[in-house]
Design a protein around this ligand. Structure first.
Ligand SMILES: Cc1cc2nc3c(=O)[nH]c(=O)nc-3n(C[C@H](O)[C@H](O)[C@H](O)COP(=O)(O)OP(=O)(O)OC[C@H]3O[C@@H](n4cnc5c(N)ncnc54)[C@H](O)[C@@H]3O)c2cc1C
Length: 435
């Protein structure tokens, strides 16, 4: 693995760095879990989008820059190192968008992605229900067939920022039912201001309305807002879950930047005699770097897979040309080369699709986030617990807010107990535990 960026990648990073230096707000934006903060973060998404930085890895036609995974990693590193604001549009850009790239129609991508890229439409995830969290397939909300579409009924809960968001995506019981609970689910997109939707905010421990529950009573969804086939929603949902637990939602740049801030905090405030705390700082920095290196390995694998796909295409073209010109022996050799490349590509895809890999990732980043923030609060002492509402909160209350959020990491995106079950069974081949 070569960790030095290529000249093109270095130029991309330099461009991002200088743009961020000129545009990142000098004072932190208000918390995005409040109406005021949500609006300020939406305005920031517009600034990013107007300059082509909101969704760098998407194709250009949807508002991206067609950046490779390596360039995306470099951008994220620069973004968080510059202290840029959290991304209010991430449910859309990191969860719904990859799902549309994999399962949506060209019409859905053309209609949904550009307003998502520029923060005009901000999305909420409407999956969990009061009795369906870890056991998502136990969900009860329904989509009933009607002329030209579906009518949604039921209740969703813990929908992050749905109190302020514009639209939501979720799973409903509808379409051809099967014998098992995860059959017969349909994946739909719907507006949060449609007739029949009631959004009731849920306040977090610190009083901010970070979540909402949704009550749906005959909400109309046209056929064009169903993703994938009706009744096949589970397969589509697992693709979203892979993104949620995998690399993109929690990019390494977040943690390397937080680790650097933690090390700076240690230098500024710590008692050098406290070697136990010093060791925790060092461990957090090591873990953040390890996560970054693992991401680099994934990016390298993807780059190599893209190169092998390109080679395969070239070989196919050569094969066609040779067959046309009658050089059959050489055509056979080319076919063999193409078959080897195809096998490598399939193995690569299988690794990338392995849900247990995403689960390993999820347990790692959530525990790393907790360790980083707990260490920072221990270093800051009692003042570290002051929220952003207190004038003398260290760092504007950023560590305290980050700590509250990190506590939720082992719960959202599928609890860590469930992720460990997946790892034990699917990656390690251990026996299925008692449930
Ligand atoms: C900050 C935050 C943001 C969230 N945002 C959203 C959102 O935007 N949209 C959305 O739809 N949902 C969201 N959620 C909800 C989240 O997905 C659920 O909380 C999560 O899936 C767990 O479900 P639950 O709360 O019903 O807990 P339960 O499923 O009731 O689990 C309770 C405990 O029992 C354990 N447990 C359950 N079953 C098993 C088992 N088979 N084996 C071992 N242990 C088990 C769990 O691991 C957990 O520790 C969010 C949650 C948080 C905390």
């Amino acid at each position: 693995m070569d960790l030095d960026p290529s000249p093109d990648e270095a130029a991309f990073r330099a461009e991002a760095r200088s743009w961020l230096a000129a545009h990142v707000p000098t004072a932190p934006l208000p918390s995005l879990e409040t109406a005021e903060g949500f609006a300020a973060h939406r305005a920031w998404e517009r600034i990013l989008a107007a300059n082509g930085w909101s969704v760098v890895s998407w194709p250009r036609r949807y508002g991206g820059r067609g950046a490779s995974t390596t360039e995306w990693l470099l951008f994220e590193q620069e973004y968080y190192a510059a202290g840029a604001p959290g991304r209010v549009s991430q449910n859309g850009t990191q969860l719904l968008a990859p799902t549309l790239f994999a399962h949506g129609t060209a019409e859905q991508r053309a209609r949904v992605l550009p307003p998502m890229a520029d923060g005009e439409v901000i999305w909420a995830q409407a999956w969990s229900e009061p009795e369906a969290g870890s056991d998502l397939a136990a969900l009860r909300a329904t989509a009933r067939r009607t002329s030209g579409g579906w009518l949604l009924y039921g209740q969703k809960t813990w929908s992050s920022r749905a109190a302020f968001a514009d639209r939501a995506f979720g799973l409903f019981r509808g379409g051809p039912a099967g014998e098992r609970p995860h059959q017969g689910l349909t994946y739909v997109m719907f507006p949060l201001d449609a007739p029949g939707v009631t959004v009731r905010p849920i306040r977090r421990l610190d009083g901010k309305p970070a979540f909402a529950e949704l009550f749906l009573d005959g909400v109309f969804v046209p056929d064009r807002d169903v993703i994938g086939e009706p009744g096949q929603g589970w397969r589509v949902a697992m693709s979203t879950a892979g993104s949620e637990r995998g690399l993109t939602l929690r990019s390494p740049g977040r943690f390397t930047a937080a680790a650097a801030r933690l090390a700076a905090l240690w230098r500024e405030r710590a008692d050098p005699a406290d070697t136990a705390l010093r060791d925790r700082v060092a461990d957090a920095v090591i873990a953040a770097r390890a996560y970054h290196l693992r991401a680099c390995a994934t990016a390298t694998r993807e780059t190599e897979a893209a190169a092998s796909r390109a080679a395969e295409t070239r070989a196919g073209e050569a094969r066609a040309a040779e067959t046309r010109s009658g050089t059959r022996a050489s055509a056979r050799a080319t076919v063999r080369r193409a078959a080897t490349a195809a096998t490598a590509r399939a193995a690569d895809r299988q690794r990338a699709d392995n849900p247990a890999e995403a689960s390993v990732n999820k347990v790692f980043w959530s525990e790393l986030d907790l360790a980083l923030h707990e260490t920072a609060l221990d270093l800051l002492g009692p003042y570290g617990e002051l929220s952003d509402a207190a004038a003398d909160a260290p760092g504007g209350g950023r560590w305290a807010e980050g700590y509250v959020f990190s506590l939720a990491g082992p719960v959202y995106a599928g609890t860590n107990e469930i992720q460990r079950d997946i790892i034990a069974e699917r990656l390690l081949g251990l026996d299925r535990g008692r449930r």
